[in-house]
Design a protein around this ligand. Structure first.
Ligand code: ADP
Ligand code: MG
Length: 344
């Protein structure tokens, strides 16, 4: 008799557990605008209040980072460094120092193809702003002449950044969103969130796995179609997936498209035959810096760089609708759009 009761009890316990299983947790979703883009949160937790608070805290953190690092905010730390170029060094926060130094590292790795002092060129092109235009050749030459990441002086002890020449400027637009993703992840960890998904305008942070334990399936944007049309799917767990594309931010003049990733050697939007690059790796800041870097390097050199790095994978899309994936993606990436063909 006792045994039977115990048996029934344990069955109902099991049912009880599966009855309120993770599968039924609905995410708390929110959209906000920051860093020049729409940011989309999905946070899964049994406690919806907690999920909401975690999103509030994340948005606060995003605004805080933007206020320090944006080159478009009048009194940000980066704007202050830029205004004082050739004059004096400026004290910055530890995190601005960290992100700028990372940007310097990538400038070095790519031999200046990625260059954190690209601001003068970004500024005269104004892509994504109301004053976007093709600059005159002399404006371009003037800007190119002052772009050189080696002119950034970091003083770790004093916590300052200094630009050696007047009119030089730092732009962290290619890396800051990735850092933001990493900082949001820290907030999720601190609050013991089990599953979340954040999309920062092309920078996706897939935190842990889906709430049912399966992998996140991340659509890789079809660069030739409007946002939300995918060319393939990457299955991932706890990864940042960052895409740089010529469709993200651009303007058209005389039927020609001018996008926002600038080749600082010629002063024009990069045209290497690649129209989109995606990086999949754990660290958001590395993913962001690398997606822009390999976009600028092009397919051949870009693939070489990614294959030399541990735990980093990439998807390249060329203007001939060819797709190239690095060796670690054979199983986890699926090309779903038949217009595109594998190059490898
Ligand atoms: P998105 O911001 O659309 O996600 P990216 O991460 O590729 O795309 O960054 C593009 C931004 O990087 C530009 O808007 C500009 O601020 C900056 N940028 C443009 N050209 C360069 C370059 N050669 N080196 C470093 N940063 C660049
Ligand atoms: Mg980037």
């Amino acid at each position: 008799m006792k045994k039977i009761i115990l048996f029934i009890l344990s069955i109902s316990l099991i049912l009880g557990i599966t009855g309120c299983s993770n599968k039924e947790i609905e995410p708390v979703s929110r959209e906000t605008f920051a860093l020049g883009t729409i940011i989309d949160f999905k946070v899964y937790d049994k406690d919806q209040d907690k999920a909401n608070k975690v999103i509030d805290e994340s948005i606060k953190r995003i605004k805080d980072i933007e206020q320090k690092m944006s080159a478009n905010i009048e009194d940000s730390e980066i704007t202050t460094v830029n205004k004082n170029a050739g004059k004096q060094s400026i004290k910055v926060s530890d995190e601005t120092m960290y992100v700028a130094k990372k940007a310097f590292e990538y400038s070095d790795i790519t031999n200046g193809r990625f260059d954190l002092t690209v601001y003068p060129l970004v500024n005269i092109w104004g892509i994504g702003t109301e004053h976007a235009k093709v600059p005159s050749q002399s404006e371009i030459e003037d800007a190119i002449s002052i772009i050189d990441y080696k002119d950034v002086v970091f003083d770790e002890a004093q916590k300052t950044i200094y630009l050696k020449r007047q009119n030089q400027g730092i732009d962290l637009g290619a890396i800051a969103k990735g850092y933001v993703g990493d900082e949001i992840k820290k907030i999720f960890i601190e609050n013991d969130i089990k599953s979340a998904f954040v999309n920062l305008g092309g920078n996706v942070m897939a935190y842990q796995s889906k709430i049912d334990g399966s992998k996140w399936r991340i659509g890789i944007q079809n660069p030739l179609e409007p946002r939300g049309e995918y060319l393939g799917i990457a299955s991932v767990e706890d990864k940042s997936i960052v895409t740089s594309g010529n469709y993200e931010r651009y303007f058209e003049e005389d039927g020609k498209r001018y996008h926002h990733i600038i080749d600082a050697t010629i002063g024009y939007p990069a045209d290497t035959g690649v129209i989109s690059t995606s990086i999949i790796t754990e660290s958001g800041i590395d993913a962001d810096a690398l997606s822009t870097s390999v976009y600028l390097m092009g397919l051949e050199e870009g693939v070489k760089l990614i294959e030399s790095l541990d735990g980093v994978e990439a998807i390249f899309v060329t203007k001939d609708k060819e797709v190239y994936t690095t060796s670690g993606l054979k199983e986890s990436f699926e090309l779903t759009n038949e217009e595109f063909k594998y190059k490898n």
